[in-house]
Write a protein that binds this ligand. Structure first.
Ligand code: SAH
Length: 264
């Protein structure tokens, strides 16, 4: 798909694994290295959040293995996925481990890389555009703005067992981070909002909920913090979603380049 010699891209060697971020959905957001990997991989091991338009870019003849949740069934155990990557590489394959967004942003890329390193399998990490960056851009919300604060927090709203993570210091985030970008947060948004408000955030602070960001089904709902969970539910917003809290959300009124509710 691309001229890898002109771009001076590295060889995808047999017996190695590339951990590649596929971005949030729009195939146009793939990196040149990701396209190069799609051109050369023997086997793709991919997650549920990888857009089908991106899988369709795999080299004809490449094997596609799904490693995510399907039809309510539990996802394969992480050690099993890591062991599978090691085994495929040891068979001499070029293994493309394709993950939604960035592989190392709430994506367990680090765990897989550690397993590869421990097994002595050569690997490369190819960053992708994380949903918390790409989703905001496609919603017309600048992640930072000099007049509206100078810190951003990326946080998960979901721990290993599906609860609001107790390891997250919500009070510190409420006080120290003018912009909060939350992954996997929609199911617990009402509780998280109450905690942030209790820690001093204004109940009317603007929130954007970006569903299926950068895909053809992207939807954005904005609401005041205190009402955000109820508004998202009323609008029938579906996962996956990125939730953004902060005054930067107001800029969407002027910057929604996709058009109200429009999809790319
Ligand atoms: N590695 C991924 C995140 C994986 S965790 C990344 O960097 O983007 C899964 C969470 O990511 C989802 O619950 C959701 O919060 C977010 N997410 C991933 N893709 C998304 C998309 N297209 N639109 C909105 N949220 C998305």
């Amino acid at each position: 798909m691309i001229d890898s010699a002109r771009l001076n891209l590295p060889e995808f060697a047999r017996g190695s694994v590339w951990l590649v971020g596929a971005g949030p959905g729009d195939p146009g957001l793939l990196s040149a290295l990701a396209l190069h990997a799609l051109d050369h991989a023997d086997t793709l091991v991919y997650d549920a959040l990888v857009d089908s338009r991106i899988l369709a870019l795999a080299r004809p003849g490449a094997a596609l293995e799904f490693a995510g949740k399907r039809g309510g069934r539990p996802s394969p155990r992480q050690p099993d996925i890591s062991a599978r990557l090691v085994r495929l590489a040891q068979q001499g394959q070029r293994v493309l481990r394709l993950k939604g967004g960035d592989p190392c942003v709430f994506g367990r890329g680090g765990e897989e890389a550690l397993a590869l390193a421990a097994a002595g399998v050569p690997f490369r990490i190819v960053p992708g555009i994380t949903a918390g960056i790409g989703g905001l851009a496609y919603a017309g919300i600048p992640l930072t703005h000099r007049d509206l604060g100078s810190a951003v927090t990326f946080v998960t709203g979901h721990d290993r067992v599906g609860s609001v993570p107790e390891t997250v210091d919500w009070t510190a985030i409420a006080k120290g981070s003018p912009v909060i970008v939350m992954y996997m947060a929609l199911p617990h948004l009402a509780r998280i909002a109450r905690r942030l408000i209790a820690a001093g955030r204004a109940p009317d602070e603007p929130v954007a909920i970006i569903s299926k960001a950068t895909t053809t089904a992207q939807r954005v709902v904005t609401a005041p913090l205190a009402e955000a969970a109820a508004r998202a539910a009323a609008a029938g917003i579906e996962a996956p979603t990125i939730v953004v809290i902060g005054q930067v959300v107001r800029l969407r009124d002027a910057l929604d380049w996709l058009g109200a509710g429009g999809a790319p």
